[in-house]
Design a protein around this ligand. Structure first.
Ligand code: ZN
Ligand code: ZN
Length: 310
């Protein structure tokens, strides 16, 4: 294929990649639910998503500059394993089932407000909307309250976006984000299958959101949290960065006035203004320690005043 035809092919692909990858992974996972092997098929689809994004990021990147190594790969992987990986595996496939019976008898069939007679797809859609409310406020408060920002800053400290950053959260930040939404669903009496589907959807949308692949979204960005929207969220400029808090969908951003999209290109120079140590162990400790210990870890560390808005 000559270069012009290849460019046209990539352009066409950029319009369909986001929905295509999402739907393929949902179908593989759905097959897993249908044959009673949800964990295995979820892992297959997750691996498929990783391999596709890894190759696509090289072949048709959004920011070529984000290919440069930032020395954070191991730290990001360790944060992923220590937070989302363990929490999600625990929550999805074992913990909540046992936990649910302790929390409230509403989780049992015939109790609670949940419309269990709706078709499963409608229950999952409702689950996404309901769980997104605490997810939205948990994320927004993590940007607006200095105590919570200390933990969330680790996610935002990266200077480039790519699929590997998806699960880079301090484990306290992850707990604070994920648990309230799950508890709300369980308290309302949502069946386990809805909670599992929500976890699957969150995993795929999260991975897509951080990818460095050139994609176009059109009207999808009014419904879902797309990479285009999330690149604003990682901006250093808080007029762009303190926006788009949605995890999966943009409904609550639109309702609470934090939705942001613009027709200029989001900044390639992303990150945070304060310092962050490069090593995983220090990053884990960072939110818990004051200026003196921080200066022992990073000798030229200077505290930066916490600013809610600019
Ligand atoms: Zn954030
Ligand atoms: Zn992010």
């Amino acid at each position: 294929m000559d270069r012009r035809r290849m460019d046209r092919f990539k352009y066409a692909l950029s319009w369909v990649l986001w929905p295509l990858l999402f739907v393929i992974c949902m179908l593989i996972s759905g097959y897993g639910f249908a044959v009673g092997l949800p964990v295995i098929y979820f892992n297959i689809s997750y691996l498929f998503m990783i391999i596709m994004l890894w190759r696509l990021e090289i072949w048709m990147p959004h920011e070529r500059a984000w290919h440069n190594p930032d020395g954070q790969n191991i730290a990001s992987i360790l944060h992923t394993l220590s937070s989302k990986g363990t929490i999600q595996a625990l929550m999805i496939f074992s913990g909540v089932i046992g936990l649910a019976e302790y929390i409230t008898p509403m989780a049992l069939e015939g109790h609670g407000l949940w419309p269990r007679d709706w078709p499963l797809w409608a229950q999952v859609a409702l689950g996404v909307i309901v769980a997104e409310f605490p997810l939205y406020w948990g994320h927004r408060l993590a940007h607006e309250m200095s105590f919570l920002w200390r933990f969330h800053a680790i996610h935002h400290s990266v200077k480039k976006l790519w699929f590997l950053n998806t699960g880079r959260f301090h484990f306290v930040d992850s707990l604070k984000s994920i648990v309230p939404g799950l508890l709300l669903l369980v308290a309302l009496g949502a069946p386990m299958e809805v909670v599992q589907w929500l976890s699957v959807i969150t995993a795929f949308i999260g991975m897509l959101t951080h990818c460095n692949v050139e994609m176009r979204f059109g009207w999808l960005s009014y419904i879902f949290n797309t990479p285009g929207l999330h690149r604003w969220h990682h901006s250093k400029d808080l007029r762009e960065g303190n926006r788009n808090y949605g995890e999966n969908i943009m409904l609550w951003d639109i309702i609470f006035g934090s939705y942001y999209d613009a027709d200029y290109r989001p900044p390639a120079d992303i990150g945070i203004k304060e310092a962050m140590p490069p090593r995983f162990v220090h990053q884990l400790l960072w939110p818990f320690v004051g200026t003196k210990i921080r200066q022992r870890i990073l000798p030229d560390y200077e505290p930066v005043a916490f600013m809610r808005e600019e």
